[in-house]
Design a protein around this ligand. Structure first.
Ligand code: GLN
Length: 429
């Protein structure tokens, strides 16, 4: 069902960019893969249709890690993406192009995708707002998948109010995506409120206490104080330690298992890049060998291993079972609390040379929780360390994006630097 043309015209004439895994009719959509470098979609993704109806103007497709697999945006087909706050540093990935463009002030919003942290990690590194809503909140029709049980479209903006405006335009049911929800879309912008006095906020103690950089820890604590000052009630709770330890392996097995299956079709026969070979088998092997980045091939090897018949029970299915247990823990938290807050990862954007082996700490991994559980999660810039942005992660109940937005709005309103963005002292409202 098509959405009615919006009357508020808030996005009319507003420029934006799309991550290059979102299909655009007759505009190249490569997902940053050599395999898809000549792919011209025959249709627009549902989000693109909705944004067109809203009058927003697409001005470009943004760089990303191949097929969304990565956190650095250093392996993109079109070359690395640097951080506009300090070009010796990475922008983060996989929606790194979108983050850098929004942080530079070139466009007020971008649409990205998030399978594990791909909107929120680059948003945090680049000092902008990033949100992955509930799984099913936005139609994924036209999104080149990474892992469908985790993939979510979302937005990157420079303020919470902008996020509310954009989310309202792109959320909702779509008959072309049976996983898109029929839950009514609230008027996020109109319902924005600074009054969070009823909120019960859970701080995950055994995550934030792991932060090694005391400056980042202090910034996180000052956010907690500001929320308290706004009237919210803060509770410190622990997440079961055994589950924290396995977050990344569970995610990695599921994400790469699904990705291996989704992309088995990229073989040079049906469509896309094709290499030579004397036999069909040789052609497929050569195509996949030369069509994917080594980093992506590693992921497929892991995925194939986890899906192999003799390994399935002890790898893929086991990861699915543990995912269920983790999700139940998250649901338990939301029986008592409205919001979970955590640091948005361990540190500031790494220097390019140090980014190849981006470490995975439990603080970083906690962002994955939102994808495993399908809950909404927003990244809000909340301070600076060494001149680089630092952020906080705010998560809420499924389909309760409004509470997440309100909590972020209340916190943002108390940030002294909320009108500052990369490359200068410029202001925006
Ligand atoms: N960094 C994670 C990965 O590489 C998440 C990527 C994403 O969210 N698309 O799997």
């Amino acid at each position: 069902m098509k959405k009615e043309i919006s009357r508020d015209l808030l996005l009319d004439g507003i420029p934006y960019v799309l991550k290059d895994n979102i299909s655009t009719h007759n505009i190249y959509t490569t997902a940053s893969s050599r395999m898809l470098q000549d792919y011209l979609p025959l249709y627009d993704a549902h989000v693109v249709q909705l944004l067109k109806q809203s009058g927003a103007c697409l001005i470009g497709k943004a760089s990303m890690d191949e097929l969304g697999m990565g956190s650095t945006n250093m392996t993109a087909l079109t070359g690395p993406v640097y951080n506009p706050w300090d070009i010796r540093r990475i922008a983060g990935g996989s929606s790194g192009g979108c983050a850098a463009i929004v942080a530079s002030g070139l466009v007020p919003f971008a649409i990205g995708s998030d399978t594990g942290d791909s909107i929120r990690r680059p948003a945090g590194f680049c000092g902008i707002v990033g949100m992955k809503p509930t799984w099913g909140r936005i139609s994924r029709y036209g999104l080149i998948p990474y892992a469908t049980s985790l993939d979510t479209l979302g937005a990157m903006t420079r303020s919470v109010k902008d996020m509310a405006i954009v989310l309202e335009k792109i959320a909702g049911h779509d008959q072309h995506d049976m996983t898109s929800s029929r839950v009514e879309v609230p008027q996020y912008k109109q319902c924005l409120s600074l009054d969070i006095s009823n909120l019960k906020i859970a701080v995950i103690r055994n995550v934030y206490e792991r932060l090694e950089d005391t400056r980042i820890k202090d910034i996180f604590k000052s956010c907690v104080s500001l929320l308290k000052k706004s009237g919210a009630t803060i509770y410190e709770i622990d997440f079961p330690e055994n589950y924290l330890q396995v977050l990344y392996p569970v995610y990695h097995i599921i994400a790469n298992g699904e990705a291996t299956s989704h992309h088995a079709c990229l073989d040079g026969i049906k469509y896309g890049f094709q290499d030579k070979g004397k036999t069909i088998e040789e052609l497929i092997v050569n195509t996949r060998t030369h069509g994917f980045h080594p980093h992506t091939k590693q992921r497929f090897i892991l995925g194939a291993l986890a899906l192999k018949q003799e390994n399935q029970n002890k790898m893929f299915r086991k990861a699915q079972k543990v995912r269920r247990l983790i999700v139940e823990e998250v649901q338990k938290i939301f029986r008592d609390y409205d919001i979970i807050i955590v640091p948005n990862g361990e540190g500031i954007a790494p220097l390019v040379d140090e980014a190849q082996d981006l470490s995975h700490t439990i603080v970083d991994d906690f962002l994955i929780m939102a994808n495993l559980a399908g809950i909404p999660s927003l990244t809000l810039p909340c301070g600076f360390v060494d001149g680089m942005p630092v952020a906080i992660g705010i998560m809420g109940r499924c389909f309760d994006e409004q509470t997440v937005l309100n909590c972020a709005y209340a916190l943002e309103s108390q940030m002294p630097y909320r009108h500052q963005y990369a490359k200068g002292e410029s202001t925006y409202v």
